[in-house]
Design a protein around this ligand. Structure first.
Ligand code: AP5
Ligand code: MG
Ligand code: ZN
Length: 216
């Protein structure tokens, strides 16, 4: 199964992706997580990427396509995966299609999580992320058992640098300009499915699961 999770920043892609990959045994490939992980390790890729991420800009297509190519095809060909946050531009979508063409495969479904701008801002401000495992919390909607500590691994929770107000605004603008056109791109291929992301965590999850079970 080859899936893609799309939606504006803060829509709940990462939150849902973690559950879906467990349920369907998929590799979880999030370009945002890959960049943040590389930054934590002080690698040159991560340090460079953070220059763009911090202010809410996109990392270049060239760099992003290359890290996905390596992740999908370097050691072994990944057959079952969920992409979260990639592709984000038409150029990236075309590159992905070419990569999959080479192996004679294609995406099975693209899940678009639909959420309004007002809900997004509220979710971003309250988000906290684990510095070790990347798990995501929300101070009101999904608080950790112990303040500032990750439930699953005990790591310290932090607020992402790009969750500042100005940066969130940039991310939303860039989403509308660069990433939203992908909705038409995948709709025209007949593999786009929309899910209302403003419901509860579990309701959103059940909606995604229902459409995957029906289709795949
Ligand atoms: P990335 O990490 O992908 O960020 P994003 O797209 O902005 O999305 P987020 O991770 O912020 O939100 P999410 O949808 O995962 O929501 P979450 O589940 O956390 O990318 C970061 C940056 O890296 C980009 O801006 C760019 O610079 C760079 N980058 C990455 N990929 C790139 C690419 N392909 N090309 C170029 N550059 C790239 O949920 C948000 C909050 O809401 C959480 O607190 C959560 O607990 C809460 N929440 C979730 N669901 C619910 C619910 N149903 N009810 C109540 N609260 C909820
Ligand atoms: Mg995310
Ligand atoms: Zn953790």
């Amino acid at each position: 199964m080859k899936l893609l999770m799309m939606g504006p920043p803060g829509a709940g892609k990462g939150t849902q992706a973690k559950k879906i990959v467990d349920e369907y045994q998929l590799a979880n490939i999030s370009t945002g997580e890959m960049f943040r992980d590389s930054y934590r390790k002080k690698e040159s890729l991560g340090l460079l990427a953070m220059e763009f991420i911090r202010d809410g800009h996109l990392v270049s297509d060239e760099i992003t396509i290359e890290i996905v190519r390596r992740r999908l095809f370097a050691n072994h060909v990944e057959k079952n995966f969920l992409l979260d946050g990639f592709p984000r531009t038409i150029a990236q979508a075309e590159a992905l299609e070419e990569m999959l063409d080479v192996t004679g495969s294609k995406l099975d479904a693209v899940i678009q999580i639909v959420v309004s701008d007002a809900v997004i801002l509220n979710r971003m401000v309250g988000r906290r992320s684990c510095s070790i495992c990347g798990a995501t919390y929300h101070i009101d909607y999904k608080p950790p058992h112990q303040d500032g500590v990750c439930d699953s691994c005990g790591g310290v929770l932090y607020q992402r640098e790009d969750d500042k107000h100005e940066s969130v605004k940039n991310r939303l603008d860039i989403y509308k300009e660069k990433t939203k056109p992908l909705i038409d791109y995948y709709e025209s291929r007949g593999i786009l499915f929309e899910v209302n992301g403003e419901k509860s965590f579990d309701a959103v999850y059940q909606a995604i699961k229902a459409l995957l079970d029906e289709r795949l």
